[in-house]
Design a protein around this ligand. Structure first.
Ligand SMILES: *Cc1c(COP(=O)(O)O)cnc(C)c1O
Length: 850
């Protein structure tokens, strides 16, 4: 490759993104100018960068709609089995670049904008993140949408259109401050509202058992207004739909107020019902039992099921036949996947519709419901498991509570049949928990009402089978399966790291983009000097770009040859950001003790949001910032150690960080992180992992071999044994001098000159109530970090391990994960076949098996 002379030449060289087509370039320029003029009503004298972003987004959108309509028409005509993925969260991030990439028009658009004299990256940076999620669970839903479209499945995502997504995090004087996320301030170019398809949703009221069936009466009604978001597959002309519901007051809302002349009050009260989709609950792995959240959960479920049944009825199999028999085919035409228990009201709501509305008997309704639904468990942390007070159900969803009671009675009979006289077992398995105020255990409901229950990594599935849901596994072993998570290689390699993608494509072609196991071929390049250097160069360029970003965003100058060490994920005690901080303090103390010794320079960066009500997590952020203030301003330390908190970590920031990472910290206590997906993104981008044998780290090690990953700490059985014999965190403090020094510094105010006792609660927890065993894992963690530092001194050896990581990451594609769901749970068939491109004349008609 020659050195590019100009920006224009550089863009021409981008190989994986394809080559600009002259006709397309001129068409895009025309479209762009047309939208600037007719849609934005601006000319180039007054247009802002944001106007240019919108003009570009609408131009790109124009190329989606033909494919979108055609795909949906194709599903209607061929009537394949539909897959419905229901999730309270979709952490989408930005859409523009991803759409151009998946449609295969990136290079032509690049060229068009270049010719228009505009900087495409500046325009791309204008887009607001769609932050309709908290972390891994919501991002998984977004990756799965991408893979379902890429694999040609007739799939639909269903979610909520929160007016406010995950809050914007500001750090003020080291403390997290939350600001509202007004992501819709300028409108979203990607959504299409469908007011003609509103669906009424009932709440409250009472149940009337009559001779001709059960009636749910005197309810309050809120409308669900659908907004459709296109989900393009990669280079296959498929565009699926993500349908997000928005709460809209009924026109007749508070008619009695209108009638009594309180017109103004009645208008103002419309807001109350529209509050249902106002804001995303900002908790990650934590259950907050607020009524508004239960309303959100019922709202998405009721609206989605009405939509699913309407579509089923309008299909070949649902229509024309007598209703009673036609629903028998429902599970052959519909698969519903529950992303955690959040949408598990699907089970009682389906039962209610089948019995109270469609007139089916209990047994038939139950058989269909169970055969249709499948549940994905995402956590074993007890504080995250949903347990709704029966009293809340009674008032908000009285009919559903009745149905849940009947489900439970029949289920308890099954348990009694299998284990006569085992009352302990009955109590542990009941859907209704009795201790301390009655509650509905939503995980138990989801397991009983589903034909498949899956964990999200092999070790996590073993834990739910043998610990969390042991009784259920003993009753129904065949329901339990593993489906290890994955991430989409489109966004998490091709989009975020085109430099690396090109180095890979130069060696093995571009098939890896949707066949990620092809990366295995890179193993044969492990000793190819030129390839090693190309991989190192790609990483170095990404690090330089990120160093510039840090300079601007944090006003910190970092040495781009230092190791870039990242821990990027929600702030949570179980993820052990504090353990990372203890390592930084330890290195700091070593430098101070031996200022003339050689140290591997590191920039340690932590990014992540704390739930607004999670005081300990916010305190941990403050501690990280304060340690950074001491370390970063100590002239003795210089460039050898920096500790930076990255403000407002989110999807678009992850896309900047991950390509620049040397080290990925995945250090949760074994048995607490269900899978993790950040670990996979970083591995795919050639970062080395320091981590515990937790979640998907275990399978990452299996794929790459234990010499290519830095594993430390207790295993799950070792953690269990430690608690069994009695864990005494203080004994570690007393035995390990470096640990003791670090803890003493936190305790005595060394890092909090403004208030000496600021971190006493943190230290108290570590020494007396160390739930996540930081003290027990500290020593091994420091030793593992020392091995990391030593290896970084040998750039070639380091790069070889990077290559082994990339080459071994094929398993962690969400395409692989979705292919397994399709085969083992949904009974549908992925396809590589392309739909015809509606923008081109039809050459031949393509028939796709599904
Ligand atoms: C992938 C991702 C996550 C999940 O990270 P984990 O390390 O698996 O917890 C969270 N937030 C964002 C923005 C992500 O992109």
């Amino acid at each position: 490759m020659t050195t590019p002379e100009t920006e224009y030449d550089r863009r021409k060289q981008i190989s994986v993104r394809g080559i600009a087509q002259v006709e397309n370039v001129s068409e895009f320029k025309k479209g762009f100018n047309r939208h600037l003029h007719f849609t934005l009503v601006k000319d180039r004298n007054v247009a802002t960068t944001r106007d240019y972003f919108f003009a570009l987004a609408y131009t790109v959108r124009d190329h989606l709609v033909g494919r979108w309509i055609r795909t949906q028409q194709y599903y209607y005509e061929n009537d394949p089995k539909r897959v419905y993925y229901i999730s309270l969260e979709y952490y989408i991030g930005r859409t523009l670049t991803n759409t151009m990439m998946n449609l295969g028009i990136s290079s032509s658009i690049d060229e068009a904008l270049y010719q228009l004299g505009l900087d495409i990256e500046e325009l791309e940076d204008q887009e607001e993140d769609a932050g309709l999620g908290n972390g891994g669970l919501g991002r998984l839903a977004a990756c799965f949408c991408d893979s379902m479209a890429t694999l040609g499945l007739a799939a639909y995502g269903y979610g909520l259109r929160y007016e406010y997504g995950i809050f914007t995090q500001r750090i003020i004087n080291g403390w997290q401050v939350e600001e509202p996320d007004e992501w819709l301030r300028y409108g979203s170019p990607w959504e299409k509202s469908r007011p003609e398809y509103v669906i009424p949703i009932n709440f409250y009221g009472r149940v009337n058992h009559t001779a001709n069936g059960v009636k749910w009466e005197d309810t309050q009604i809120v409308n669900a207004l659908p907004y459709d978001v296109p989900i393009p597959g990669y280079h296959n002309n498929t565009v699926n739909t993500l349908r997000l519901w928005s709460a809209k007051a009924q026109r007749s809302f508070c008619l009695n107020f209108f009638n009594s002349g309180q017109y103004i009050q009645a208008i103002m009260d419309r807001n109350i019902s529209e509050n249902i989709t106002r804001v995303l609950y900002p908790n990650d792995n934590f259950f907050e039992g607020k009524e508004l959240r239960l309303k959100q959960e019922y709202f998405i479920v009721a609206a989605t099921l009405q939509d699913i049944i309407r579509r089923f009825r309008s299909s070949k199999f649902g229509s024309r036949e007598p209703i009673r028999t036609s629903f028998e085919t429902f599970p052959q035409k519909v698969a519903i996947q529950l992303n955690d228990t959040h949408p598990s009201l699907v089970i009682p709501e389906l039962m209610r519709i089948f019995m109270d509305v469609e007139g089916l008997g209990w047994d038939q309704a139950w058989k269909i419901t169970e055969a249709t639904c499948a549940y994905t468990n995402h956590t074993v942390l007890p504080e995250a498991l949903e347990r709704w007070p029966v009293t809340m159900f009674e008032s908000l969803l009285p009919r559903h509570l009745e149905i849940i009671y009947v489900i439970n009675e029949k289920f308890m009979d099954v348990v009694r049949g299998k284990w006569p006289g085992d009352n302990d077992r009955l109590r542990h398995m009941s859907l209704i928990e009795e201790d301390g105020g009655k509650r509905v255990n939503m995980a138990h409901l989801a397991i009983v009402g589903s034909h498949a229950v899956n964990g999200v990594a092999a070790i996590h599935t073993e834990i739910i089978k043998h610990t969390t849901f042991r009784n259920f596994y003993e009753l129904w072993p065949y329901k339990f399966q593993n489906k290890t998570n994955g991430v989409t290689p489109r966004r998490w390699l091709l989009l975020c790291n085109p430099g690396l993608a090109d180095v890979i494509a130069d060696k093995i072609g571009d098939r890896f983009v949707n066949h990620l196991y092809e990366l295995r071929q890179l193993e044969s390049q492990i000793s190819n000097k030129a390839f090693i250097l190309a991989i190192m160069k790609a990483k170095q360029e990404n690090k330089l770009r990120f160093a510039n970003y840090i300079q601007k965003a944090n006003n910190v100058t970092v040495d781009p040859s230092a190791m870039f060490d990242f821990q990027i994920k929600r702030i949570h005690e179980y993820k052990r950001q504090l353990l990372n901080a203890l390592h930084v303090i330890t290195v700091y103390n070593r430098i101070k003790k031996n200022p003339d010794k050689n140290f591997t320079p590191r920039v340690v960066m932590i990014g992540g949001k704390a739930a607004p009500g999670y005081h300990m997590a916010k305190k941990i952020i403050k501690l990280i910032c304060n340690i950074g203030n001491i370390v970063n301003n100590d002239p003795v330390v210089g460039n050898r150690l920096k500790f930076i908190f990255l403000e407002n970590y989110r999807v678009s920031m992850a896309e900047k960080i991950i390509p620049a990472a040397d080290l990925s910290q995945q250090i949760s206590l074994a048995g607490t992180e269900a899978s993790g997906t950040g670990n996979m993104k970083l591995m795919l981008n050639g970062a080395l992992t320091i981590g515990t044998l937790d979640g998907a780290n275990v399978e990452m090690m299996e794929e790459m071999g234990k010499d290519n990953i830095f594993i430390f700490g207790m295993t799950v059985p070792e953690v269990d044994a430690l608690w069994a014999k009695g864990y005494n965190p203080k004994s570690f403090y007393e035995r390990i001098p470096e640990l003791r020094q670090a803890i003493d510094q936190i305790q005595n105010g060394f890092f909090s000159p403004e208030q000496h006792d600021l971190f006493h609660d943190i230290v108290h927890n570590l020494l007396n109530n160390d739930r996540f065993c930081l003290m027990a894992d500290y020593e091994e963690y420091i030793k593992a970090q020392d091995r990391v530092s030593a290896l970084y001194q040998d750039p070639i050896e380091w790069a070889k391990k990077c290559i082994m990581n990339i080459a071994s990451s094929g398993k962690f594609s969400s395409d692989r994960a979705i292919t397994e769901y399709a085969k083992d749970i949904w009974n549908v068939t992925p396809t590589d076949v392309k739909l015809p491109n509606p923008n081109e004349p039809i050459k031949q008609s393509v028939k796709i098996a599904n």
